[in-house]
Design a binder for this molecule. Sequence first.
Ligand code: HEM
Length: 268
Amino acid sequence: MSNTYGHNSLLSYNKYLRVQDLINLQDCLSDPAHHDELLFITVHQAYELWFKQILHEIDAAISFIVQDRLPAATRAVKRVVDIEKLLLDQIHILESMTPINFLAFRDQLNPASGFQSMQFREIEFSSGLKDERIIREFREDQFACERLQARLDQPSLADVFYQALERRGFDVSHRARAILEILTHFEERYEEFQLSEALMEHDEYFSLWRSHHIKMVERMVGAKRGTGGSEGIGYLKTTLDKKFFPELWEARTYLDTNHGNSGCPFAH
Ligand code: HEM
């Protein structure tokens, strides 16, 4: 019997999920094989699978916002945040390796580095943090260059969010002020408020990942240079202040209780 998956026998769990292919994708380079290298590869590959899912949700959110379907967009961004919470915990599994065990196979990774994660950069670009110079780092990799260029050319979450606010009557010539308006009238502008809070959380958890990654790196290799050739934690610290939606953060500074409804049921 043939089915939509092109198999001539009944579909099974292993066939549908291509488990045989999946568990054959972990090529350890250490020789003799080091026990911990499988963990290292598994954690990174799991990240890349979740990055794929995050991009899928960001693309959906962008389309929903363009169609003015803000609640649907909020749901997609909230799913991104749920995944990011998981990704925060996932980084610490690597800390179950002792530093000396990691060093035993680290040299084999040169010059590969998480710095070259194409999908990580795609998430940055599609969220609002576009940096053309990053594409040059991928010049040997045509597949990555094309995907990154496409993401650079497409509107980001930040672009479509502020366009939607403009369609809804906000003055976005000063973005932080438009956000201030949403924060002070969050009950009347609940759809916009819910989406802006979800975007804020996406920014916050991505940034928290950066902090957890640095701490884990420092614990593993101290201030050694990175396998990607950077200064290591010295470089990583320069990325800590990166934000997808800086105006969402900035607006908090302007907020005070004179700005109207505080939301407290007893404040009459
Ligand atoms: C023992 C584990 C790890 C170590 C020692 C480590 C180390 C480093 C270092 C030193 C850098 C700076 C660039 C360079 O290599 O010179 C870096 C960047 C990076 N790593 Fe890791 N890393 C580890 C695990 C991970 C994991 C699990 C991920 C998940 C995908 C990851 C993703 C990244 C990304 C995306 C960057 C670039 C960050 C940016 O430029 O903003 N790393 N890593």
